[in-house]
Design a protein around this ligand. Structure first.
Ligand code: UD1
Ligand code: CA
Length: 453
């Protein structure tokens, strides 16, 4: 059976109290809407449709950047989840098969659960994902009768007796495309919110002789984010799960509670991660590498045997080969360090290639930006860059070349050459002592004048 997915992501999320649309708030370094969309990838849906509204341009950009095959449609006014599904209808034209609707504010769904729903379609015309909530709060309630789903009642519209039901609506729903779009179009807005509720398709479908059933999952999986507090506790839940997985996978962490992962962080077995390390998106740390405390990594690859930190920052495009060293107060961006290269202290290496075994002295800076464009620095194998060298890019330092400490390198340095680019030292005998005497005399005169005045 072919499948299409609709992700509802148009709402502003008023309860977030934010200028940013709710689905663009980040969890584990990734926008909520992308969590929802990525969960559906293993289902190999024929079409993935995202319904955008608030901040639609930004939502479209972020979605298409991650999933160029997705289709983003506009819901100009947020009149409710059924209306949002209606807005996706043109994008489903010519499609026959099942449609799975998920909400863009529900980041923890597992693909396995969605697959179970697809399978449950063999038994029911409409399949809804439900969960038993410890505290059902404001979730919609699933009203079951004799083992089949009778209707979904929104919290705002529920009676006391209905609010006492603990089986809640996750928002995920699966039905045949024609059935779903047909029913969504019949939904009215005579309810407490004055909205077109997608949840009403169950009662409508039942009235027309269709069957509906519930697939259950764990509450943690369907956590829907409506407030900053819920976002923060979802982040905490993600982090504690991810830390436990990393330990399970053989990663050494002395203080796992202080390490923060992104959704896609990959850390190999026997890697050592020190306290207070933060991973942004796109990081791979190979087996046996070590990230010492207080480092910040994003969009980078750290090979086996490399050692990073403490207090280092690796930015996107950083590639550290085996046995490299990046020490304290070093920032690396869009740069490749070949095997055994070392940047141990207080340096900025950006838009650069550092050859095998090269040594970058303390305080070296690749001056990569002229205020308009970025330029590259090439450093050859086994080169020795003296402390406090300014490498004014574009520039190339040859293999086994050296730069003298404190040099400002503006021209290429040939292989094996020593570049000295600083003023020659000039000692003036006795001048310091004479200068001190003069300064002290002037200070004493000032003090006397103040006393008399
Ligand atoms: C919804 C369900 C509720 C369920 C809960 C689970 C409805 C009517 N209610 O409530 O039964 O327990 O989710 O988390 O569906 N959206 C649009 N267009 C709109 C309205 C909403 O795209 O016009 C999107 C939102 O961006 C959001 C999702 O749909 O991603 C859910 O909307 P939200 O307002 O958060 O619904 P809840 O009140 O949480
Ligand atoms: Ca919600």
């Amino acid at each position: 059976m072919s499948l299409a997915v609709i992700v509802l992501a148009a709402g502003q999320g008023t309860r977030m109290n934010s200028d940013l649309p709710k689905v663009l708030h980040r969890l584990a370094g990734v926008e909520l809407v992308l969590h929802a969309l990525r969960t559906t990838l293993p289902l190999e849906a024929e079409r993935r449709v995202v319904v955008a509204g608030h901040g639609a341009d930004a939502v479209r950009r972020i979605v298409l950047d991650d999933d160029p095959e997705a289709v983003v449609v506009l819901q100009p006014e947020q009149r409710g989840t059924a209306h949002a599904v209606g807005c996706a209808a043109p994008a489903l034209e010519g499609f026959a098969g099942d449609v799975l609707v998920i909400y863009g504010d529900t980041p923890f769904l597992r693909p396995e659960t969605l697959q179970a729903m697809q399978q449950a379609r063999a038994r029911h015309d409409i399949v809804v994902l439900g969960f038993e909530a410890a505290d059902p709060g404001r979730y919609g309630r699933l009203i079951e009768e004799a083992g089949t789903l009778h209707r979904i009642i929104e919290f705002k519209d529920a009676t006391e007796a209905q609010r006492a039901v603990r089986l809640c609506n996750s928002g995920v729903l699966c039905a045949d495309a024609e059935t779903l779009l047909g029913l969504a179009a019949q939904v009215g807005c005579d309810n407490a919110a004055g909205e077109y509720y997608l949840t009403d398709v169950v009662a409508l479908g039942r009235a027309q002789g269709l069957s509906a059933g519930v697939v259950r999952c764990d509450e943690a999986e369907t956590l829907g984010i409506n407030t900053r507090a819920e976002l923060a506790s979802a982040e905490a839940a993600f982090q504690s799960r991810r830390r436990a997985e990393a330990l399970e996978d053989g990663v050494t962490m002395a203080a796992p509670d202080t390490v923060f992962f992104a959704q896609d962080t990959v850390v190999g077995r026997d890697a050592v991660i020190g306290p207070h390390v933060i991973f942004g998106p796109g990081v791979t740390v190979e087996s046996g590498a070590e990230i010492v405390g207080f480092c910040h990594l994003e969009g980078c690859h750290v090979s086996r045997g490399a050692r990073v930190g403490p207090f280092a920052r690796l930015r996107p495009g950083t590639e550290l080969a085996e046995d490299t060293r990046v020490g304290n107060f070093v920032e690396v961006k869009n740069a490749i360090l070949d095997e055994g290269a070392k940047v141990n202290h207080l340096s900025y290496i950006g838009d650069a290639h550092v050859g095998e075994g090269a040594n970058i002295g303390a305080g070296t800076i690749t001056c990569n930006y002229d205020g308009v464009s970025k330029h590259r620095t090439e450093i050859g194998a086994r080169a020795f860059i003296g402390s406090d060298t300014m490498l004014v890019a574009p520039v190339r330092v040859g293999a086994e070349a050296m730069t003298a400490t404190g040099s400002v390198i503006t021209a290429d340095v040939p292989d094996g050459a020593l570049a000295v680019a600083r003023v020659r030292q000039d000692n003036k005998p006795g001048l310091a002592r004479r200068l001190f005497d003069r300064l002290r005399a002037a200070a004493a005169a000032r003090k006397r004048a103040e006393g008399e005045g």
